[in-house]
Design a protein around this ligand. Structure first.
Ligand code: CP
Ligand code: NVA
Length: 306
């Protein structure tokens, strides 16, 4: 049995296999073919943070696979009022076939997985957002941008940055990260990615110059400057991130056919301009839709490992 907690635990071949499975299930769906890969299986979805895409894609995905999703807000289950993670994990995994968790600490997810009898999927933590990267890479494949990409990530060194670092390291492509000083990615994750990159041939660059990062890039991406849980720092962050907006002037430095990705939700006028988000290079709504397809691939793949 496998869990999906971070991309670090997955090989390049496994990541590509999951995305390929998602693409095949997507192609069938578009032709009106519904194969029930997971009949009568249940996916428990524990949310300790808000969500639009993650909830809708997982709940729709498990239903389309022949199963049923259970939306469990931590406010509604006893976890939110002190029932231990290890007890919750044993109870839920004794009844459900898979669990998706969106929470704060990666450690909570790891503890849950340790006590769970069924696969646990990371639906976002403060540290990582690996399911988003499956959808992002699927979108790069579909738009013809998966061959030797040069990806520029501009903005906050957060859970998305960490996941991009691991994806680049595993798949062996070039990733340039540009954040304001003091807002860079976690040094331990950078070290982890650099160690993996030594074997895969990935090129990882960490810096503070957004223009230099974007120059010639084939994929440009960013994320909110204040992640969930950082609402109190919003004003201070907006000040610190001045100059880091991905706007038309910055996009003009990228490769002519570069695409723009954003996991969403986006804050127009902060990390990205309205013109870039709604412009011809933006593929953010294909990317959002691919959450459904990539995660269906992931759920079927994990189910087959059991
Ligand atoms: N990108 C993403 O995970 O969106 P939600 O927060 O809406 O789930
Ligand atoms: N970095 C953002 C991603 C939202 C999908 C957050 O954690 O809030």
């Amino acid at each position: 049995m496998r869990h999906f907690l971070t991309l670090k635990d997955y090989s390049k071949e496994e990541i590509l296999e999951i995305i390929d499975l998602g693409l095949r299930i997507k192609a069938d769906l578009k032709k009106g073919i519904h194969k029930e890969y997971m009949p009568k299986k249940t996916l428990a979805m524990i949310f300790e943070k808000s969500s639009t895409r993650t909830r809708v894609s997982f709940e729709t995905g498990i239903y389309q696979l022949g199963g049923q999703g259970l939306f469990l807000s931590s406010r509604d289950i006893h976890l939110g009022r002190g029932e231990p993670v290890k007890d919750t994990a044993r109870v839920i995994s004794s009844m459900c076939d898979m669990v998706m968790i969106r929470t704060f600490a990666q450690g909570m997810l790891e503890e849950f997985a340790e006590y769970s009898d069924v696969p646990v999927i990371n639906g976002l933590t403060d540290s990582f957002h690996p399911v988003q990267l499956l959808a992002d890479y699927m979108t790069m494949i579909e738009h013809g941008h998966a061959e030797n990409p040069v990806v520029a990530y501009v903005g906050d060194g957060n859970n998305m940055t960490h996941s991009w670092l691991l994806l680049a390291a595993k798949l062996g492509f070039e990733l340039r990260v540009a954040t304001p000083k003091g807002y860079g990615p976690d040094a331990a994750v950078v070290a982890q990615a650099e160690a993996i990159a030594e074997e895969s041939g990935a090129v990882i660059r960490i810096g503070n110059d957004p223009e230099a990062a974007i120059a010639g890039a084939t994929v440009v991406t960013t994320d909110t400057w204040a992640s969930m849980g950082q609402e109190g720092e919003k004003e201070e962050r907006i000040r610190a991130f001045q100059g880091y907006i991905v706007d038309d002037a910055k996009m003009a430095l990228a490769a002519e056919d570069a695409i723009f990705l954003h996991c969403l939700p986006a804050y127009r006028g902060q990390e990205v301009s309205e013109s870039v988000l709604e412009g011809p290079q933006s593929v953010v709504f294909d990317e959002a839709e691919n959450r459904l397809h990539a995660q269906k691939g992931l759920m079927v793949w994990l189910d087959r490992q059991r």
